[in-house]
Design a protein. Sequence first.
Length: 569
Amino acid sequence: MSLNTGAVFSPLSFELPKTPTGIDGLDEITRGGLPKGRPTLICGGAGCGKTLFSIEFLVRGALDHGEPGVFMAFEEKADEIAMNVASLGFDLNDLQAKRLIKLDHVHIERSEIQETGEYDLDGLFIRLGYAIDSIGAKRVVLDTIENLFGSLNDQGILRAELRRLFDWLKEKKVTTIITGEKGEGLLTRHGLEEYVSDCVILLDHRVNNQISTRLLRIVKYRGSTHGTNEYPFLIDEEGISVLPITSLTLDHPVSSERLPSGISALDKMLDGQGFYKGSSILISGTAGTGKTSVACSFANMVCQRSERCLYFAFEESPQQIIRNMKSIGLDLQSHVDRGLLLFRASRPTLNGLEMHLVAIHKLVQEFNPSVVVLDPITNLITVGAVSEVKSMLIRLIDFLQTRQITVMFTALALNNVINEQTDEGVSSLVDAWLLIKDIELNGERNRGLYVMKSRGMKHSNQVREFVISDKGLDLVDVYLGPDGVVTGSAREAFQLQEVTGVALRDHAQNRKDREIERKRLVLASKIASLEEEFNTIQDELNRSFDEDKLRKEILEKTREQITRNRHNE
């Protein structure tokens, strides 16, 4: 027997057929969806979202992919399920009327199982098979599997019937989700379902520091690569959203386009043009230094360019920010009315860090802004450790940079270790870092701004006085006096001294100019007098010369006449 060495089998050439779930983010994690025609186990504790995941799997399949589905419940009745998911915008009654979804409730009487001791799923196969064939279902949900077995203790029968169920579903070629309750130390109560399932997804609902977070993890996925981390997910009025970003390769595109900061003097400090588009910017400083004003000025500039800005406020309400910014000449309400500026304000303790990340992720996808502002990020420390906040911001920056969205953070700087670590941790991630500091001198508190770093561009290393007035924001040169930097009224005094000095120098110069002019006139007069005297002498000399010449001519003529007269005699 000869071997055909020209044919080489590559395991990478095989691609497992998958069924898209339609759930935002989940298909990205699973690299395309759930295994087509195979059972998937979704397990977790009470209230973690197993039923909602299953319902959305059916609804998205029916609406987006034209695949009818069967939902067989063993706990809740069909009308209860339809009512529960109506808050997510899913009208199961309408989908049933269109024969896109079939809801079926199977009541299991546990006492009968205990009395007879006999158990098989033939009745379920008949009922489920009829439901599948009646609408041509491609997707099936069984919720929850523990109710099928009740208090059955015979592990042999349990294992055999589970295998029979899973094999029967594969023969029907339907993509199935089976939900199961989490057991003690096991993924499910019986601890067998996860071994039979081709894909196992674990949902978790945690409460830390009185803040709840829902997380998803793919425990196994036969025949396919998949994300292995824990991913936060959000349940809101639009369904379920999973945040698939935990770490990304650093291969996102970059832009050389510049985005003005909204402060012309600051743009001059940044190579005259501002920040790079798609970069990350940190504005840090103590309380009252004007961090929010800088962020709002940046947002105002973006909206004036008819681009969208998404502003997350963790400290002030949108109405308060809009009112306060009017005092420095910024009309943010007009941008809100035009739909260019969107505020989302909440206390950090409303959600955990992961849920904040999911909410930001979802809003960015919906609103599609060119700039995102988070003001301030230091408030997030109240819901997580410094390392957790840094991890969240890394993931957020990576996500925004892949979409070429510019992000600006503000951070409160205090004289304590936690905030110093926060500044240092975040500042190492961002592309540009501006620091605003208090300058106290002569009984006054003024502000100084300087550029700590700005990657990819030359920038000023000078400290500029940061001035906030009803005309807006501006940066002025800092003056150096005998005792160091002077700002505020001291700077104005130095400026007045400079103006006075210039005036005195101008006056002295004018006096010298007048004196020189007088000397020039006197000298010119003397020169004119000497010229007149020279001309008079020259005229006298010319007259004497002419007289001598005339005498000579007359004498010569007289001699000639005398000579002629002698010859005539």
